[in-house]
Design a protein around this ligand. Structure first.
Ligand code: PMP
Length: 377
């Protein structure tokens, strides 16, 4: 198997898998219980808070565990709007966000907020000026992602947020960092963010766990109410095994962010060179994109057809993104991909385990696909 769909999800690493098993079978207490087993479970949560917070330069009390980045994004958007949007009714996001941001923002718009969606310019770029220009003194919240999950495009979030914070200190800044976390250098302070969403399953932890980092002093209102766990910000018994696995995955990765980044760049550059040799193949990703994601197209051959063709040789890739499940991607259209390219786009997303031989196999598969598959007009 050659797995090139790591932006969709990753294989759980041994450190995380062992941690999950330990928390399920030995330290299985309820972290709210007052006895020793409960205290042991609480320690595992605190371990993960510490690892995740320090990976982005934060402190443990700033971490709220969630079921994944979809929940983190919803919590940030609804939770910040509720506390900071009483008088300021403007909200801002971009057209290339994950649906868990865009849909939450649209819900706020249907509840009376005034939503501005920043579109990429004619070059498919979201500029710092466009983000800053969309905010004014009545804006309570801006949410912009760090790395786009379909193309790897890196948005100029830290430069834009730092200008926004200087101009409008009361405007809350939220960043979906799912595709950047543990991949690109990431510092909450440098990002000038008030809240940051993270997901476990994109970084070799299990599915079903994520985190929202909330800057000390910033108040999010809960969206889940109940037993008051996590300081009342996210009720529900904590998913200790998943949370501990998340912390262990972060610990395992934290010393190698730089070397893995260099490896990803080498693999991406190799893939770009080799795929460019295929007759008619198009490289969609821009040069400053995350090296972990490469968007390409064989124009005229549908993405799904290529995906299933490659699958026959054990090579796994995505069309646009795994979330869109065959639906036309509004994100690729927003990035100004012509319809013919968007329909043929394939996303290749690598991990530290991806080697040049894997890319060679991919290129062989793409070449054969290009030569044998039927093209639409
Ligand atoms: N944001 C981005 C950028 C993503 O790529 C994803 C996962 N596709 C999410 C949010 C949602 O994360 P989760 O699957 O943990 O809910």
């Amino acid at each position: 198997m050659i797995y090139l769909d790591n932006a969709a999800t990753t294989k759980v690493c041994p450190e995380a898998a062992e941690a999950v098993l330990y928390a399920m079978t030995e330290a299985f207490g309820n972290p709210s219980s007052l006895h020793g087993l409960g205290i042991e479970a609480e320690k595992l949560i605190n371990f993960s808070k510490e690892k995740i917070a320090s990976a982005i330069g934060g402190i443990p009390s700033e971490i709220i565990f969630t079921s994944g980045a979809t929940e983190s994004n919803n919590l940030a958007i609804f939770g910040l709007a509720e506390n900071y949007g009483r008088r300021k009714k403007k909200i801002v996001t971009t057209a290339v966000e994950h649906p868990s941001v865009l849909e939450a923002m649209k819900k706020l718009a249907s509840d009376g907020y005034e939503l501005t969606v920043v579109e990429p310019d004619s070059n498919g770029e979201i500029t710092e000026d466009a983000l800053v220009g969309a905010v004014d003194g009545s804006t309570c919240l801006i949410s912009a992602m760090l790395v786009n999950n379909e193309t790897g495009y890196i948005l100029p979030v830290s430069r834009a947020f730092s200008r926004i914070k200087k101009l409008y200190p009361d405007c809350m800044t939220h960043c979906d960092c799912v595709q950047g976390f543990m991949k690109l250098p990431l510092s909450a302070k440098a990002l000038c963010a008030d809240a940051i969403s993270l997901s476990g399953h994109k970084i070799y932890a299990p599915k079903g766990v994520g985190a929202l980092w909330v800057k000390k002093g910033v108040r999010v209102a809960p969206i889940l109410r109940g037993g008051g766990q996590q300081n009342g910000l996210r009720s529900g018994t904590e998913a200790v095994p998943l949370i501990y696995g998340f912390g262990k995955a972060v610990e395992a990765l934290s010393k190698t962010v730089g070397t893995r980044f260099e490896h990803a760049e080498e693999i991406r550059d190799y893939a770009v060179n080799r795929i460019s040799e295929i007759d008619g193949a198009v490289i969609n990703s821009k040069e400053n994109a995350s090296p972990y994601i490469l968007s390409i197209a064989l124009p005229g051959i549908k993405s799904e057809t290529v995906l299933h063709y490659l699958e026959q040789s054990g090579i796994y890739v995505s069309s646009g993104s795994a979330c869109s499940r065959g639906k036309k991607s509004s994100v690729l259209a927003a990035f100004r991909f012509p319809a013919k390219i968007a329909d043929s786009t394939v996303r290749i997303s690598t991990s530290f385990e991806t080697e040049k031989e894997d890319i060679d196999a991919l290129v062989r598969g793409l070449r054969l696909a290009n030569e044998t598959l039927v093209r639409t007009k």
